[in-house]
Design a protein around this ligand. Structure first.
Ligand code: GAL
Length: 689
């Protein structure tokens, strides 16, 4: 509910800083994030610390009534450090060293780098421990950006072996757990196990999964080192890290255990190009404003991460430099994104960056100001968003306190939990079994169905307490343990609803097929087994038939032939395969009403209408209110006694079903890339056309 900006005073002459900061304050910005790549300026040579410049910038920020978020500068070890200790550099899977000259070139498992980290973080934390303007710290910057979570150097090889020796009691246990007899992959000792480097054919999926876990754990550990140092200097500071959108290789939940605030970096028009499903082209509207569900799912994930407060630490300010193409965002898009983030629970949105940079890699990246210091399109939007969000916050009767001790709106209260975790992502990515089987896109199918009905969703880890929700959607529970199966059974026994997606309960925690048929320990709960599965190319016609209404619905990519358990009279086949080929007439979706709540198992990857049918039926049974299906690009959210209607399309829309006088921002005539905010939680009443 507040706005901020990322600022690099070190890129500009000192004489300019006071003007910059005064202009930030004038724009209503309240937080300034600094210093994430400034190690070479803070310590130009070993042991020579030059922190005065940062102190001076802080002074201006404090004088103008703003607060600062400082960053540890460890994402960019300086040249002198790399030259002294070249062994801190990352190594790629094929042995190529990631050299100096860019960023994120260090290895998380380098003991040397951990010592150096400790030294610079402690020096900074001690120096600013009593500074009244510093509200909190961001550790490093975007751990793992540019594919850097997984390193394959000798430090990592040693650390991986130790990690395995701690995870398994003996090498025999590991051989057995992974199934290493296959292709003669047995090991005689932990010391023989290397990182999964370059090989002729595909890697062993268990080894890949364990390496993914190990690499992520290495980052968790490294982050903990930093968080502990910062807290030791001042326990009132908040500690955060800026995660990335739709990011695969780092377990954000595990990192967040050591954070007070979870934040992420949102670049909607970039993600609409480089994080959309392979082979799909972004629509013209997505090129201008991004996909609201793609961005929304990340908001809901990072907000869901352990229930911590959440911010957008970097918000796209205009055109960017890194996707294939960099169109200008739609008129008002930078304002729209701030409102959208607030509706999803963000307490602050900080724009990246203040001013377009004159030098180096990011010259083609906009700021709120142009390179000559004059205002850019993003500035105008940021000022409007800041004013509007402040007005909403000040008018709210349902407020809370944010991580920096200021007033904010009460958090989002979602009735639906969508289960997501990185083990399943990594396991499915190790053996997708179809080119189009991408984990995030499977989640999209179910998430999008909820959001298109105006339903708010927490994207949570399967260890979350399900009792807080009326409906749990589990699109991709590929690995299932007995204890998770028991918890899910208890949840349904308590009268709540559960919806499973395809490929559920296939494997154990080592990424190895379970000896019993799918869905393994969930068979009792589902009341059916998977007899066969098949992955299917996109050019085939793939449809299921609703058994009661005879409607045909499309699916894609994956199909399971289900078989109700003999004697289970509580199980209904709701959809069967259409057509006249080998699958025709076989069950594709089943519903089990054998407990207080209902369990639905969907054995296919549903296209939009099937996902909508299944989700709506679950919402009905769960008693969760939902809206008419919202038009493409329109998404709604409620929080703190307000409802946001955001328009990610360039078309004007009309909002019906509500009283126009209740609009506190905008009106029922909603323009392209525009937003209307109503008083009250009225998401279920909305009709937008
Ligand atoms: C982010 C990164 C920033 C900047 C920005 C450009 O991923 O954290 O440092 O590079 O992208 O869009």
């Amino acid at each position: 509910m507040r706005t901020g900006v990322c600022y690099f005073p070190e890129h500009w002459p000192d004489e300019r800083w006071e003007t910059d900061v005064a202009q930030m304050a004038e724009a209503g910005l309240e937080y300034v994030r600094m210093a994430e790549f400034s190690w070479a300026v803070l310590e130009p040579e070993r042991g020579t610390y030059e922190f005065e410049w940062l102190e001076r910038a802080l002074e201006y920020i404090g004088d103008h009534g703003m607060q600062a978020v400082l960053c540890t500068p460890t994402a960019t070890p300086p040249k002198w450090l790399v030259d002294e200790h070249p062994d801190i550099l990352q190594v790629e899977r094929n042995g190529t060293v990631r050299d100096f000259g860019s960023r994120r070139h260090y290895c998380f498992n380098s003991a040397t780098y951990r010592e150096e980290t400790e030294r610079i973080v402690r020096a900074l934390a001690d120096r600013f421990a009593d500074h009244p303007t510093v509200a909190g710290w961001q550790t490093d910057n975007e751990y793992g950006c540019h594919g850097t979570v997984r390193c394959y150097c000798d430090n990592c090889a040693d650390a991986f072996r130790e990690w395995l020796a701690e995870t398994y009691e003996s090498i025999d246990e590991l051989n057995e757990a992974w199934g290493n007899t296959f292709w003669s992959q047995r090991y005689g000792d932990f010391d023989e196990i290397d990182p999964p480097r370059h090989t002729a054919a595909e890697h062993h999926p268990s080894r890949l999964l364990e390496y993914a876990r190990f690499a992520s754990d290495s980052v968790v550990d490294y982050n903990r080192l930093q968080a502990n140092l910062l807290r030791a200097a001042n326990e009132d500071w908040f500690v955060t890290h800026n995660f990335m959108g739709r990011f695969d290789s780092l377990d954000a939940y595990a990192v967040s255990e050591d954070l007070d605030l979870v934040s992420w970096d949102s670049y909607p028009t970039g993600f609409a190009q480089d994080r959309l499903e392979a082979g799909t082209d972004p629509t013209p509207d997505q090129l201008r404003a991004g996909d609201p569900d793609q961005v929304g799912m990340d908001h809901d994930l990072y907000r869901g991460a352990l229930g911590r407060p959440f911010w957008v630490m970097e918000q796209q300010p205009g055109d960017v430099n890194w996707p294939p193409h960099c169109p200008q965002p739609g008129e008002g898009a930078m304002r729209l994104w701030a409102h959208h983030a607030s509706a999803h629970g963000a307490d602050a949105v900080c724009y990246f960056r203040w001013r377009r940079c004159l030098e180096a890699q990011e010259q083609y990246h906009a700021g709120l100001r142009k390179q000559d210091g004059t205002v850019d399109r993003g500035y105008v939007d940021a000022v409007t968003a800041g004013e509007e969000l402040a007005a909403i916050r000040n008018g709210s009767a349902d407020s809370a306190t944010d991580v920096a001790g200021s007033e904010t709106l009460a958090p989002v209260d979602a009735s639906v939990a969508l289960l997501h975790d990185y083990d399943n992502l990594w396991a499915l990515s190790a053996q997708p079994h179809a080119p189009a089987f991408e984990y995030w896109n499977l989640l999209d199918a179910f998430y999008g169905a909820c959001r298109a009905r105006g339903v708010q969703v927490d994207v949570v880890h399967p260890t979350t307490d399900f009792e807080d929700y009326d409906l749990v959607v589990a699109p991709a529970l590929h690995l299932v343990t007995g204890s998770l199966a028991d918890r899910l059974a208890d949840y349904v026994e308590g009268g709540s609803e559960l919806l499973f997606g395809p490929r559920t309960g296939v494997k154990d925690q080592y990424n190895k097929l379970r000896p019993e048929l799918q869905p393994g320990p969930l068979t009792g709960l589902v009341g059916a087994r998977v007899d066969q599965h098949e992955s299917l190319p996109p050019h085939l016609e793939t449809t299921v038939l609703a058994v009661d209404g005879e409607v045909e619905r499309d699916f894609r990519t994956w199909a399971e032939w289900l078989e109700p358990e003999p004697g289970q009279d509580t199980v209904t086949v709701t959809h069967e395969y259409a057509g006249d080929d080998v699958a025709a007439g076989r069950p594709a979706v089943v519903r089990n009403e054998g407990r207080e709540g209902t369990v639905v198992y969907c054995g296919v990857w549903p296209e939009v209408t099937l996902a909508d049918d299944l989700v709506v039926a679950c919402l009905e049974r769960a008693g969760i209110r939902y809206s008419e299906r919202l038009p493409e690009g329109i998404r709604v959210g409620a929080r703190g006694g307000y409802t946001w209607v955001t328009n990610f399309s360039g078309d004007s829309m009309t909002i019906g079903g509500v009283d126009a006088v209740d609009a506190v921002i905008g009106s029922p005539d909603l323009g392209g890339f525009d937003v209307t905010v109503f008083e009250g939680d009225i998401v279920a009443d909305l009709e937008v056309s």
